[in-house]
Design a protein around this ligand. Structure first.
Ligand code: IFM
Length: 462
């Protein structure tokens, strides 16, 4: 078994707004990301997802490419506002048909479709009604999910409700660097809770009508103190609760982390007993997106103890990330720390129990040659990143973690949200002017890893 179970799922992941393009085609409504990206000053070079990888039109060739790469599974997301242009009510059949065709083609090619219902693009019409701040968002989301499941529920073996609710809350509502661009601790606290309510309400709706697997995808990272100073140890613990426990404790342990009233202060809402019970709705698997380690230090404090400094420092959890110059970093400044994947997987097992886990995203933006040289894009750093993290995943399996699969992020170079198109995570290079796709050396390496079920991890790579 080479350290990986024989039925280990080898896949790659993308998301709707990041690759599809044509966001308003064939009756689709605008999403909050469409609006945000078209607002001056919000994204790098004003870049947006109007064309992206043009996957909405090139999907069939893209699935053929996935088959050439030997992918066993493909994780993608569904654009809510393609299916329901106003977020609720009238269905846009053409939008839904796009995903039906995609799923049919994946199945025809023997690639397992893994669908995420929400990867950050909320229908703008719902944003106008408060978006995730509105308690009704839980029902809006479950209603949308039911529409999707009527067409696809049983043909897709693996469903995720939300992708990285922590980022939706932290980047979108706490710091305002993602759509909808708000910056409020009061909003962030309510949004976090409503996201979990939406997730649980949808899982309950799923159980009533479908019988495949459903779970949640969270982004986790080990937090370590930058120094042994007590202030930094405490900042590290606050960050850990805020990022790693916020969306998992309520599901698996029935309550929010103990430091939350202090971390959020008066913004922390009363949680009713009914909500607390709803949040504990069981799921079939947990998806973990892993990229980096967080080396944490306390923020500067005034003489009264108030946090001081830039916009990050003055918001919960009042901790700042420190760069270890001795370590390797990606183009986004993220520390490369493969051991952290083993640690976080073991931590999840220890704290939340032995449920099936998937690494639903893992990858890195590195500077690649801007165009193929003699038909090749050599990306040795991405290969090293991939290998290191797959070895870490294998170590977790050896330690008894029930890890069922791994999805590389991302299949394609794509729209990296506010960072635009300059940060390339793809196994496949995309020339955004011509839309030509060129598998990078890392894609060829991944194909070999898939073919050998991980045995080639020890071998010399192409
Ligand atoms: O591109 C994102 C993705 O949409 C969610 N997870 C992290 C990736 C890299 O930032």
């Amino acid at each position: 078994m080479n350290g990986f179970p024989d039925d280990f799922v080898w896949g790659a992941a993308t998301s709707a707004y990041q690759i599809e393009g044509s966001p308003l085609a064939e009756g689709a409504g605008p999403s909050n990301w469409h609006r945000f990206a078209h607002t001056p000053g919000t994204t790098e070079n004003g870049e947006h997802g109007d064309l992206a990888c043009d996957h909405y039109r090139r999907w069939k060739d893209d699935v053929a490419l996935m088959a050439d790469l030997g992918l066993r599974a493909y994780r993608f997301s569904i654009s809510w506002s393609r299916v329901l242009p106003s977020g609720r009510g009238a269905i846009n059949q053409k939008g839904l048909d796009f995903y039906c065709r995609l799923v049919d083609e994946l199945l025809r090619r023997g690639i397992h479709p893994c669908a995420t219902l929400y990867h950050w693009d909320l229908p703008a019409a719902l944003d106008d009604q408060g978006g995730w701040l509105n308690r009704d968002s839980a029902e809006w989301f479950a209603d949308y999910a039911r529409v999707v499941w009527r067409s696809l529920g049983d043909r897709v073996p693996m469903w995720a409700t939300l992708n990285e609710p922590w980022v939706v809350m932290d980047a979108g509502y706490m710091h305002g660097v993602h759509a909808p661009g708000h910056r409020s601790v009061h909003e962030a606290a309510r949004v976090a809770h409503n996201l979990l309510r939406a997730h649980a309400t949808a899982v309950q709706a799923y159980r009533a009508s479908c019988s495949q697997k459903i779970g949640l995808v969270v982004n986790l990272e080990p937090k370590e103190p930058a120094t042994p100073r007590p202030e930094d140890l405490d900042a590290c613990e606050r960050s850990h609760q805020y990022m790693n426990q916020q969306f998992l404790d309520p599901i698996f342990r029935g309550s929010y982390p103990d430091r939350f009233p202090e971390i959020y202060g008066e913004a922390w809402p009363e949680i009713s007993e009914a909500d607390r019970r709803l949040l504990q709705t069981p799921i079939d698997f947990l998806g973990i997106n892993y990229y980096k380690r967080g080396l944490m230090a306390d923020v500067a404090r005034s003489s009264t103890g108030r946090p001081e400094g830039d916009r990050m420092a003055t918001m919960p959890p009042y901790a700042r990330e420190v760069r270890d110059p001795a370590r390797w970093h990606t183009e986004l400044g993220w520390e490369v720390f493969p051991d952290g994947l083993t640690r976080i997987l073991c931590w999840v097992k220890e704290r939340y129990g032995d449920l099936p886990l998937y690494v639903t995203e893992n990858g890195a933006a590195f500077y690649d040659p801007p165009a193929p040289i003699a038909g090749r894009i050599d990306d040795p750093m991405r290969i090293e990143y991939l290998r290191g993290h797959l070895i870490a995943a294998r170590d977790a399996i050896s330690a008894g973690v029930n890890l069922r699969g791994y999805f590389a992020w991302s299949l394609f170079d794509n729209y990296e949200w506010a960072a635009g198109y300059g940060k390339r995570f793809g196994l496949v290079h995309v020339d955004f002017a011509t839309q030509a796709r060129t598998p990078k050396a890392s894609a060829l390496c991944y194909r070999e890893l898939i073919r050998t079920n991980g045995a080639s991890l020890g071998a010399t790579l192409p």
